[in-house]
Design a protein. Structure first.
Length: 523
């Protein structure tokens, strides 16, 4: 169907359903038209959802799930008490979802102890369970459920039709119960909100809100899932209150690392020989330059491998902003003191000549499966180098335009220290050294000592923001950009939510290519 025809079809559906709900008696012909339109649309929705699952076999995106267990605080309401983290790759095969976990290497005995404690003392989270929340189950068809139209609603720039999904009485097995939002052109499901049933004592299905984005013209793919549940009883006496975020990215990883198709290869003519007959040329470099080039080769090799594995974003808008903050050490008045603090520490490593291990300059060390990237690339520095970088970073900050705003950076460190004991997975980096552990602050402690005390109840003191407040990630090509949302005034201290997981409401928009735009302009 063309876009215009689809829009007419959607309008007919809404009009027919509206007429069927009026108090005035309907005619057989109007009832028949409404039923026929509804049947055609339902079939289209079921078809496109099955088509999505089929299309997902072509992709293997990274899936990152971060979960916070919550506890009740008398002043702030529910606050994080502990956390969990999973990173893996989603691969669909004939058996269903195959989770390829990106995990850090642990000793066998220690890992068995952790698994035993996790199963005995806590809710056992299953990474595949969160991956399954991006799809509707196999029972999503006209034989097992009914779609009941509710209304129209704009999600960002996209008009949607909203339906309740109601299982039929004879439906058996696990099935979805909740609501779906369907875009009004091709009838792809763009949002899913609800849970799976039936629940059982040994298996619990969380409530979830799942979103899909139009990543390529006509292609809607899963991008975000927000999960939340409270007072979940998972044994005889204990209950669980939790919330979590699942993000998918790296759909187009085959084009990461500046790779091109083989057909794009060009063989240039041999370069002209600029050396003289003595063997000394203008392009020769000194031993010191050779060592620096070798170190840079190791760094570039690591960065390229991390980007190809999908755990490092390519250069983009955010990179330019970070570079601008680094430049602000010398030229411009900034407003990102906390970011400058972190960057100053890394800049100090460069200034002091601290390099990554040059063993990574050998290309064979980069040949390994993507899911081993966290195990193979060890990016931690020695404590001696870290302490020297702290000292140098403090010097850089004192002589930069950030010198009058260092209290803000120290306040962030106080907040980090206050939450490090509960949010161990959030604080522990996949690459690099920790900034804090337990109640101990490891890095830039001098800034924390000069900062004001944390005032949890003061809405004007923002030590740290909720997760995802500053940057957003394009699920298709991994580009990172800055959020453009406007600041929202806080009404109570409960609105501050430092380091917390929050629901996600992406601004849905359609992606079009240049040819489509030209065709629409000619119509």
């Amino acid at each position: 169907m063309s876009i215009a025809r689809n829009s007419i079809f959607a309008a007919m559906l809404v009009s027919s359903l509206a007429m069927a709900s009026l108090d005035a008696p309907s005619t057989p012909s109007s009832d028949q038209a409404a039923h026929s339109t509804y049947e055609a649309l339902s079939n289209s929705i079921f078809y496109h959802e099955a088509k999505l699952v089929e299309n997902m076999h072509k992709y293997s995106p990274l899936v990152e799930t971060y979960i916070q267990q919550m506890k009740q605080d008398p002043e702030l309401g529910k606050v994080p008490a502990s956390d969990n983290y999973f990173l893996g790759r989603l691969v669909l095969d004939n058996r269903g979802i195959n989770d390829q976990t990106y995990g850090k290497k642990q000793s066998g005995k220690f890992k068995r102890v952790l698994d035993r404690l996790d199963g005995f003392y806590k809710m056992k989270y299953v990474p595949q369970g969160f991956m399954q929340l991006i799809f509707l189950n196999s029972g999503f068809d006209r034989e097992d459920c009914e779609l009941k139209y509710q209304r129209q609603e704009f999600l960002g720039e996209v008009r949607t039709l909203v339906f309740n999904v109601v299982p039929l009485k004879h439906t058996k097995g696990v099935h979805f119960v909740g609501r779906i939002w369907v875009e009004d052109q091709d009838y792809n499901i763009v949002r899913i909100n609800g849970t799976y049933a039936p629940q059982s004592r040994g298996k619990h299905y969380f409530h979830f809100d799942s979103w899909r984005l139009n990543l390529q013209p006509g292609l809607w793919l899963p991008a975000y899932v927000y999960t939340e549940d409270s007072d979940v009883k998972y044994d005889l006496v204990r209950k669980l209150s939790m919330k979590g975020q699942t993000r998918l990215w790296g759909y187009d990883l085959k084009h990461s690392g500046q790779q091109t198709e083989f057909t794009d290869m060009q063989v240039e003519s041999p370069a002209k020989d600029v050396a003289d007959h003595s063997g000394n040329g203008a392009n020769e470099i000194s031993p010191i330059e050779s060592q620096q080039k070798w170190q840079r080769e190791a760094e570039d090799s690591v960065l390229d491998r991390m980007e190809r594995a999908g755990v490092l974003a390519p250069d983009g808008e955010a990179s330019k902003v970070l570079q601008a903050v680094v430049n602000n050490f010398e030229v411009v008045l900034p407003d990102e003191a906390s970011l400058a603090m972190v960057l100053s520490h890394e800049l100090a490593h460069i200034a002091l000549g601290h390099s990554v291990d040059t063993k990574y300059a050998f290309s064979d060390r980069m040949i390994f499966p993507d899911e081993d990237v966290l195990r193979k690339l060890v990016m931690q520095r020695s404590e001696t180098d870290e302490m020297a970088a702290d000292k140098k970073a403090s010097e850089l900050l004192r002589n930069s335009p950030y010198k009058d705003k260092l209290a803000n950076a120290g306040l962030f460190l106080r907040a980090l220290q206050a939450h490090a004991h509960e949010l161990t997975w959030l604080i522990d980096p996949n690459f690099g050294n920790r900034m804090a552990k337990g109640r101990e602050l490891f890095r830039m402690a001098s800034l924390e000592q000069s900062a004001p005390q944390l005032q949890r109840g003061d809405v004007h003191q923002l030590a740290a923001l909720p997760l995802g407040s500053r940057v957003k990630l394009d699920p298709w090509d991994d580009q990172v950009s800055l959020q453009k949302s406007k600041p929202v005034p806080l009404l109570t201290a409960r609105d501050k939510m430092p380091f917390e997981v929050t629901p996600m409401f992406p601004n849905l928009a359609r992606t079009t290519n240049a040819a489509d735009v030209v065709a629409q302009q000619k119509q």
